[in-house]
Ligand binder design. Structure first.
Ligand code: FAD
Length: 395
């Protein structure tokens, strides 16, 4: 038996023995997701135990080095672990911007001291992070950001405002872009800071979304003192760190294209809702054709995603490839929820009934509208693809 085959068997056995039954059920809503953090709220003991067991093995971040709290697995082993978890429907033990965004940036740009200080805590789910990039006048044109950091000798003094900061009111720390040089060209005066959200001068105000939820905030900085050892990368070179992190954010967001029940086709999921004809096919032929087209696109996306992750882990992905994946994955997810709404008809528009489980289909559908905006809009991704991958003239 090859090393990888025996790793697969050991992994399967361990998962069977340790993944609690509750953690093999499909995620129903936000409360089923474990975000960790200083004030972590666990839905039940099984969720807490699952996080602890996986973190102990370094399997919340299987491919990070063991020294930083990871599992030290090779890309092939990491893929096997993912496949074996999917096979038993095991939930991700920890959702974390620390894992999907900041961690990779720290591994590449952080000092040894910063890696040792932050990465193991991220791996164990002890710090919950938020992302302070966007500002009222700096979204797509992110490099225009104006939040100011002044050098005060032994610390930096930060003043300004961020917006659309997801979970800022629940986060423990922020990774934040600030302007440290106002005279330099806009991309060259930006630095990448980390600071505790409990620092005096940091405040947040939730923003209500179209879905009725409030998962993000306006975030204000009023004379916030940031220690000098909490700058990642060089001063005024934060744009490199920011762009690298955005690639990982786009990779994470593209995963939405896979949906939650990745194995089942949308047609199988929706056929009972729409009804069957005498041949057992979905009754509405127009909808059936649209859903069949979606299912073919979803299979193609899954295959593309598999290849992309392999290339990314092997360091072979084109730097603009995350834009391609982000565009395809988020447009696909929006289409998925359009079809769910079409299949359910007017019933799915119910907002608060028990039958609609508190308006779940409609709220999820409305939430997908943000998919092609967060992490950079679809138009911006298409611009990057045109310029960097297709090499189109004038792009
Ligand atoms: C659900 C959600 C979560 C978010 N979470 C965070 C977070 O945690 N932290 C954070 O910092 N930010 C977050 N954001 C903000 C997000 O990054 C910005 O909304 C996004 O970058 C777009 O910026 P904007 O909203 O200022 O729109 P604008 O940049 O003003 O864009 C408006 C419209 O103009 C188009 N446009 C702009 N420039 C161009 C161009 N050059 N070519 C073609 N079209 C263009 C855009 O595509 C868009 O349709 C989140 C957003 C959403 C929706």
């Amino acid at each position: 038996m090859s090393d990888l085959e025996s790793f697969r068997l050991q992994t399967r056995t361990w998962l069977q023995a340790n993944c609690p039954p509750e953690m093999r059920e499909p995620v129903r809503d936000e409360t089923d997701l474990c975000w960790g953090g200083r004030n972590a709220v666990f839905k039940n003991d099984a969720q807490k135990r699952w996080l602890e067991l996986m973190a102990e093995r370094g399997w919340t971040v299987p491919d990070w080095p063991k020294d930083y709290g990871g599992g030290g697995l090779s890309p092939a082993e990491t893929k096997i672990l993912r496949q074996e978890m999917t096979a038993i429907g095991a939930r991700n033990p920890l959702y974390s911007f620390g894992i999907s965004m900041l961690g990779p940036a720290l591994l590449k740009y952080g000092t040894e001291e910063q890696k040792k200080r932050f990465l193991p805590k991220i791996a164990r789910g002890e710090i919950r992070w938020c992302q302070g990039y966007s500002e009222p006048n700096a979204g797509s044109d992110l490099a225009s950001l104006q939040t100011k950091a002044e050098d005060k000798g032994d610390h930096w003094l930060v003043n300004g405002q961020k917006v659309w900061t997801s979970y800022a009111d629940k986060a423990d720390w922020i990774f934040c872009l600030v302007r440290t040089d106002f005279a330099a060209p806009k991309h060259k005066g930006i630095s990448f800071f980390l600071f505790d959200m409990a620092t005096p001068g940091v405040s947040t105000r939730p923003i209500l979304l179209i879905s009725g939820l409030s998962p993000f905030c306006e975030t204000f900085f009023d004379d916030v003192r940031v220690p000098k050892d909490q700058v990642v990368g060089e001063i005024n070179k934060g744009w490199d760190v920011a762009k690298y992190l955005l690639g990982h954010e786009r990779e994470m967001i593209s995963g939405m294209g896979l949906g939650t029940g990745a194995a089942a086709s949308l047609g199988e999921t929706l056929v009972e809702m729409v009804g069957r004809d005498a041949q057992g096919c979905m009754t509405d032929p127009m909808l059936r054709a649209d859903i069949a087209r979606f299912d073919v696109d979803a299979i193609a996306f899954r295959a593309m995603s598999e290849r992309f992750i392999d290339e990314l882990k092997a360091g072979l992905a084109h730097p603009a490839q995350p834009s391609m994946m982000k565009y395809a994955g988020t447009e696909l997810n929006k289409k998925r929820h359009e079809l769910v709404m079409a299949a359910g008809g007017s019933d799915t528009l119910e907002w608060q009934s028990e039958r609609s489980r508190g308006g779940k289909p409609a709220r999820e559908w409305l939430r997908t509208k943000g998919n092609s905006i967060e992490g950079g809009t679809s138009e911006i991704q298409l611009g990057i693809i045109a310029k960097r991958i297709l090499d189109l003239p004038g792009a």
